[in-house]
Design a protein around this ligand. Structure first.
Ligand SMILES: NC(=O)c1ccc[n+]([C@@H]2O[C@H](COP(=O)([O-])OP(=O)(O)OC[C@H]3O[C@@H](n4cnc5c(N)ncnc54)[C@H](O)[C@@H]3O)[C@@H](O)[C@H]2O)c1
Length: 258
C-alpha cells in the first residue's frame, strides 16, 4: 500500500462478511491498513476466531467478530444488534461471503439452485438492507459487494449457471440500490474479480482447466491474488471514489476481454 492509500478509510467502521479466509480476509487486512476499525463476520466460528487473532497480531488493534450465516436474515439481524452494542454502527459494508458450485444445468437439484441464490444473492440483499439502514439515516455510507466476472460472462469450462445468475443479480442489485440511495448519501458499488488464488479454486491448482482455460484465457497470464481484489474494494469504499456509484469494477487480469 502506498502512503497515499494509507489512511483512506481512517475514521470508518467497516464490516466484511465471509472474512475468515480468502478474499474477505485480505479485504479486512487492507481496510485495517487503510486506517479503518474493522469487524469480520463469517459462519465458520473457529476460522473466524483464528482470523481475528491473525489480524490482531499484525498490530492494527482488535478486530470485532460476529458469527452468522448470510442466508439467515434473523441471524444477521442478531449479529447487527451485537455489533452495534460493542463495535459501533457500521458505515462501510463489504458483502464478500459466497460459495461456488458447479453442476450442469440439467442435473442441478432444486436444493442446490436455491442454496446458491440464497447465499450469493439473497445474502447480499439481506446484509445490505440491514446494515445500510443506519447509513441512510445518517446520510452517509458505502457498500461494496464482491460480484464476479461470472456475472458478466459465461466462464469455461465449468458449468455454473446458478453461480453466474447469482453474481449477475449482485451486479443489478448494486445498480438498483445505487440509484435509489444516491440522493441519500449512500454509494453502492461492486468488484467483479476474475480467478483469484483462494480455497475456492484450490482443487483446480495444476489442472488442465486452470492452465488451459483460466491462466491461458487471462491476458495478464496469471491467477490474481486476494490483495489485488482488496485494493479495488478499498478504493470504492473510500472518498477517492466519491463520485462513483452503481459501478462494477472488473479485476480479472483482462479475462473478460477475450
Ligand atoms: N476465488 C475466486 O476466484 C473468486 C472469483 C470471483 C469472485 N469470488 C467471490 O469472492 C468471494 C470470496 O471468495 P473466496 O474465493 O475468498 O472464497 P473462500 O471460500 O476462500 O472464502 C469464503 C468465506 O466466506 C464464508 N462463507 C461462505 N458462505 C457463507 C455464509 N453463507 N455465511 C457467512 N459466511 C460464509 C466462508 O466460511 C469463508 O470464510 C465470494 O463471494 C466469491 O464468489 C471469488
Amino acid at each position: 500500500m502506498t502512503s497515499d492509500e494509507a489512511g483512506r478509510l481512517r475514521g470508518r467502521r467497516v464490516l466484511v462478511t465471509g472474512a475468515a479466509r480468502g478474499i474477505g480476509y485480505a479485504i479486512a487486512e487492507a481496510a485495517l491498513e487503510a486506517g479503518a476499525a474493522v469487524a469480520i463476520l463469517d459462519r465458520d466460528e473457529s476460522a473466524l476466531a483464528e482470523a481475528a487473532g491473525a489480524l490482531g497480531e499484525k498490530g492494527h488493534g482488535a478486530v470485532a467478530t460476529a458469527v452468522a450465516d448470510v442466508s439467515s436474515y434473523e441471524a444477521l439481524a442478531a449479529a447487527k444488534e451485537e455489533l452495534e452494542g460493542g463495535f459501533g454502527i457500521v458505515d462501510t459494508l463489504v458483502n464478500n461471503a459466497g460459495i461456488a458450485y458447479n453442476a450442469p444445468g440439467e442435473e442441478m437439484s432444486v436444493a442446490e439452485w436455491d442454496r446458491m441464490i440464497q447465499i450469493n444473492l439473497s445474502g447480499v440483499f439481506y446484509c445490505t438492507q440491514l446494515f445500510a439502514a443506519p447509513m441512510l439515516a445518517a446520510g452517509r455510507g458505502a457498500v461494496v459487494s464482491i460480484a464476479s466476472m461470472s456475472g458478466l460472462i459465461v466462464n469455461r469450462p465449468q458449468p455454473q449457471a446458478a453461480y453466474n445468475v447469482a453474481k449477475a443479480g449482485v451486479i443489478m442489485l448494486t445498480k438498483s440500490l445505487a440509484a435509489e440511495w444516491a440522493p441519500r448519501g449512500v454509494r453502492v458499488n461492486a468488484v467483479a474479480p476474475g480467478y483469484i488464488n483462494t480455497s475456492l479454486i484450490q482443487r483446480f491448482v495444476g489442472s488442465d482447466t486452470m492452465r488451459d482455460y483460466w491462466v491461458g484465457g487471462t491476458p495478464l497470464g496469471r491467477i490474481g491474488e486476494p490483495a489485488e481484489v482488496a485494493a479495488a474494494v478499498v478504493f470504492l469504499a473510500s472518498d477517492a471514489a466519491s463520485f462513483v456509484t452503481g459501478e462494477t469494477l472488473v479485476a480479472d487480469g483482462g479475462y473478460s476481454l477475450w
